[in-house]
Design a binder for this molecule. Structure first.
Ligand SMILES: Nc1nc2c(ncn2[C@@H]2O[C@H](COP(=O)(O)OP(=O)(O)OP(=O)(O)O)[C@@H](O)[C@H]2O)c(=O)[nH]1
Ligand SMILES: [Mg+2]
Ligand SMILES: [Zn+2]
Length: 296
């Protein structure tokens, strides 16, 4: 039995960096995939450079996506999430709210990276879309991964950072710029095989020379948070926090109830209507998932 760290997740298989320095290809015992890239695990060898993952040690954090039917572990033990968007193709601000909520729930530092600022046509529009998040206190770092990714370096030091975002935003390009020997496939390299969807299919962790690690992940289209309860969801919207607990009814759904502190704050312009819509969408999904699981 040895200790190791999962450095790559390929669906049902994992690559584990074992404490003796070897990299083993590992499978799990059960049918469920309970492990994620970044997990500290106990492994047992089955043949040379092959093994089985026995268990994960307690996690500092866990990022997962889930809807009413499926759950997918994204990364474990990260301390920071960088949500990567770009001037082109267009990005969803609702997806940003979802990622921020997941980050807040796990008490991670969250930053937004606006990539491809060398593509000036989309720049003003992208900045405009991100203003809502800057106003909440989230840092937006503008960058052109092709030109210079170094502005990210100071924020990565000694952190375990996961890059998340839609396909084509430049996560793997950033990874290659920050980790000289990463060799992560980007759209150009895989153009021949490109099915038009995701270029990256594996979540992979790269140690950083400055200390810490960077995790590149496949593009996400949907980021469900069905595993959160309603209180955690509302608290995941940082600007809601001062109003929580101040509704007239203790079990307020923050929908059409009289005396709702949240909807009042929206009317008063203290909470953005757009963010409140993101919240309502997520609340509906969580209610639906709960009904499904209870067989209604
Ligand atoms: N102009 C410009 N293009 C960039 C920049 N960064 C990345 N790209 C291009 O954007 C495309 C997508 O980049 P990837 O790094 O493959 O994107 P990704 O986010 O890893 O995509 P998935 O792996 O599918 O999730 C590639 O053609 C990159 O060359 C940039 O700073 N400027
Ligand atoms: Mg990629
Ligand atoms: Zn309310």
């Amino acid at each position: 039995m040895m200790r190791g760290k999962i450095v790559a997740a390929f669906g049902r298989h994992f690559e584990v960096l074992v404490e003796n320095g070897e990299r083993w290809r590992c499978v799990t015992r059960g049918k469920r995939i309970d492990f994620a890239c970044g997990d500290e695990v106990e492994v047992e060898t089955t043949s040379e450079h092959h093994g089985i993952i026995l268990k994960a040690f307690p996690r500092r954090s866990l990022l997962h996506r889930s809807d009413a039917f499926r759950e997918k572990l994204l990364a474990a033990n990260v301390t920071q999430i960088m949500i990567v968007v770009a001037t082109e193709p267009g990005f969803s601000d609702e997806l940003i709210s979802r990622c921020l909520c997941a980050a807040e729930d796990q008490r991670l530092t969250a930053r937004i990276v606006l990539n491809k600022i060398d593509v000036t046509e989309g720049l003003a529009k992208a900045r405009e879309r991100l203003r809502m998040f800057t106003a909440l206190g989230y840092e937006v770092i503008e960058i052109a991964a092709h030109v210079d990714a170094s502005p990210l370096m100071t924020r990565l030091r000694d952190e375990t950072t996961v890059l998340v975002g839609q396909s084509g935003m430049g996560k793997s390009t950033l990874t290659n710029a920050l980790v000289p020997d990463a060799n992560a496939a980007t759209r150009e390299i895989s153009a021949v095989l490109d099915t038009g969807k995701h270029t990256t299919t594996t979540t992979r962790l790269y140690p950083l020379a400055c200390g810490g690690a960077l995790i590149d992940s496949p593009g996400v289209q949907a980021f469900g948070l069905a595993h959160l309860d309603q209180d955690a969801l509302a608290a995941g919207f940082v600007e809601f926090r001062p109003f929580l607990g101040h509704c007239r009814f203790r079990d307020c759904r923050h929908d059409a109830e009289p005396g709702c502190a949240l909807t009042d704050a929206v009317s008063a312009g203290r909470i953005s209507a757009r963010r409140f819509n993101h919240y309502r969408q997520l609340r509906g999904e969580i209610e639906y998932a709960k009904r499904q699981s209870q067989g209604w």
